[in-house]
Design a protein around this ligand. Structure first.
Ligand SMILES: [Mg+2]
Length: 305
């Protein structure tokens, strides 16, 4: 007598399980979209600049450092953002005193924005269908960044300004400065190594040292995010996000690259224990007005000459 192994009800259950398994299998097979997420360090992942923390550590007045750094920036002798690297190499007050240990110590003292580790994790594996490789490109000394981001971002994902040291521990020369156009060169190199298409590059930054690289990324259909209101970058970046929490940087990525709606983004942040309290989107127009009379007067004076 033939024995029925399963009845209609069982068959239905088996069919449903089979469909689900196929779905899971197909989802697992679906290739991930790979992106390169490159971030600046000073004031993008931190609240303050390396130069200020280092000056404090060495007992050099912050005003004095600021005067020197601004003076350097004005000269345009080095790439924007490389002022500290230049001072470390050429200014006796810094050069005679700074050793590698100081740079590691600065990394421990610098105040990081909250939740950088979580940003790394989300970009790595929490955005379904996507994987972002998190890299840091910064003009700050590489020792500072590696020390600050220890246990958060792998060392080989960090590119900062590299020095060579003498046997006595003094900074002897700069090997490479990841500032200004130096960031473009490093990013191109990385992109090539990772085999990443140009439109799969995301760059996040806050200041003038990020201008070149943001223009470069935009020109090649990548995505740029400013995390400050600094006119130089906010005018160039495709999106600007202002927040003390690094997680906020993910919002434009989730919206514009992953195509998430706000409720899903809120849900993700809630799973990390954060409620989005305020979410204002303000379209900014940068306009400077001057009295028309002054111009008419100037034009009339010019005409008279
Ligand atoms: Mg910066």
């Amino acid at each position: 007598m033939p024995v029925s192994l399963c009845n209609d009800g069982d068959r239905e259950i088996l069919w449903s399980v089979n469909v689900r398994l196929n779905l899971i299998w197909n989802m697992a097979k679906k290739p991930l979209k790979h992106y390169l997420f490159a971030s600046d360090f000073d004031q993008t992942l931190t609240f303050n600049d390396t130069g200020y923390v280092l000056s404090e550590l060495l007992g050099i007045s912050v005003d004095e450092f600021e005067r020197k750094a601004k003076g350097m920036a004005k000269l345009n002798l080095v790439q924007q953002g490389a002022e500290l690297a230049y001072l470390l190499l050429h200014d006796p007050e810094f050069r005679d005193r700074v050793r590698k240990d100081h740079l590691y110590e600065v990394g421990k003292r610098i105040r990081l924005k909250e939740n950088i580790k979580q940003v790394y994790e989300i970009l790595d594996r929490r955005i379904e269908g996507f994987h972002f490789d998190f890299y840091v490109l910064s003009a700050a000394p590489v020792e500072v960044i590696k020390s600050a981001l220890e246990g958060i971002v792998p060392e080989d994902h960090i590119f900062g300004t590299e020095f060579e040291y003498s046997a006595s521990g003094e900074i002897e020369t700069i090997v490479r400065a990841t500032a200004g156009y130096g960031k473009v060169a490093r990013l191109d190199q990385l992109q090539e190594q990772l085999g990443m298409p140009a439109d799969h590059v995301v760059y996040v930054g806050d200041g003038s040292s990020d201008i070149h690289v943001m223009l470069h990324v935009n020109r090649r259909d990548g995505f740029t995010i400013a995390v400050s209101e600094s006119k130089h970058v906010a005018q160039i970046a495709k999106r600007t996000v202002l927040s003390d929490n690094a997680l906020a940087t993910l919002v434009p990525i989730l919206e514009q690259i992953a195509g998430w709606q706000r409720p899903r983004i809120r849900q993700l942040f809630e799973s990390y224990g954060f409620l989005i309290q305020d979410w204002d989107r303000v379209q900014k127009d940068w306009i400077t007005l001057r009295p028309a009379g002054a111009e008419v007067g100037q034009a009339a004076a010019a005409d008279a000459n």
